[in-house]
Design a protein around this ligand. Structure first.
Ligand SMILES: CC(C)(COP(=O)(O)OP(=O)(O)OC[C@H]1O[C@@H](n2cnc3c(N)ncnc32)[C@H](O)[C@@H]1OP(=O)(O)O)[C@@H](O)C(=O)NCCC(=O)NCCS
Length: 178
């Protein structure tokens, strides 16, 4: 699916010592606004719950993105829900200084390949604020389509976007296997 020369990225599972970096990324106002509709980012008690949850059960499905120099540049995640266990919710966030260099495209490609090839998912979905044009363009390039729009608790509008396996296979036909 990648059309330009894509930068090299690696996805590795998030470990506890990454949480300081993760929380620093959550303090980046513009990224927080685009990601959560709130420049302030998650509150302290939420971060403490994340730490606690990590110690109890870990953070399955969270991956740190490393660039070619092994620098952590952001994260991707996938989540499964019991009511629809063959479809994953996905999300991505890069630290602001790494935007616009192809790293988001390369990381999302790696995440989707892992989910469709190794995990056998039937589809993936995500939610995105309607004003987040850069993210929406990225998702559309991967074949995601808008399924519906809805309002969050603050009254801000989001799209739910979905990518079925059939579309992903069509767009990755030369490489697809399933
Ligand atoms: C949304 C986000 C993940 C996109 O990642 P990114 O690395 O900035 O995106 P990319 O660089 O891969 O693509 C963005 C643009 O750079 C271009 N680009 C530049 N160099 C590129 C390269 N080597 N390869 C591919 N694309 C490249 C792309 O064509 C694309 O152009 P377009 O947006 O005009 O169509 C990132 O900006 C981010 O984390 N934003 C804040 C948090 C957020 O919004 N998360 C999503 C919540 S739903």
């Amino acid at each position: 699916m990648l059309t330009k020369q894509s930068p090299h990225v690696e996805l590795r599972p998030l470990v506890r010592s990454d949480l300081g970096t993760l929380f620093a990324w959550w303090d980046e106002p513009e990224a927080s606004y685009l990601d959560s509709g709130d420049r302030a980012g998650p509150e302290q008690d939420f971060r403490e719950r994340v730490l606690h949850a990590f110690d109890l059960v870990g953070m399955d499905g969270w991956y740190i993105i490393e660039d070619v120099s092994k620098r952590p540049v952001g994260y991707v995640l996938s989540r499964f829900y019991p009511e629809d266990p063959k479809r994953a919710e996905v999300a991505i966030r890069l630290s602001e200084r790494y935007w616009g260099q192809g790293l988001g495209t390369a990381s999302f490609d790696a995440l989707l390949k892992d989910l469709f090839r190794n995990n056998g998912v039937l589809g993936v979905w995500l939610t995105v604020y309607v004003f987040n044009r850069r993210a929406i363009r990225l998702y559309e390039r991967f074949g995601f389509a808008i399924e519906e729009s809805f309002l969050d608790a603050k009254g801000m509008e989001l799209f739910k976007m979905t990518l079925p396996r059939t579309t992903w296979n069509d767009m990755n036909r030369s490489e697809a296997c399933g």
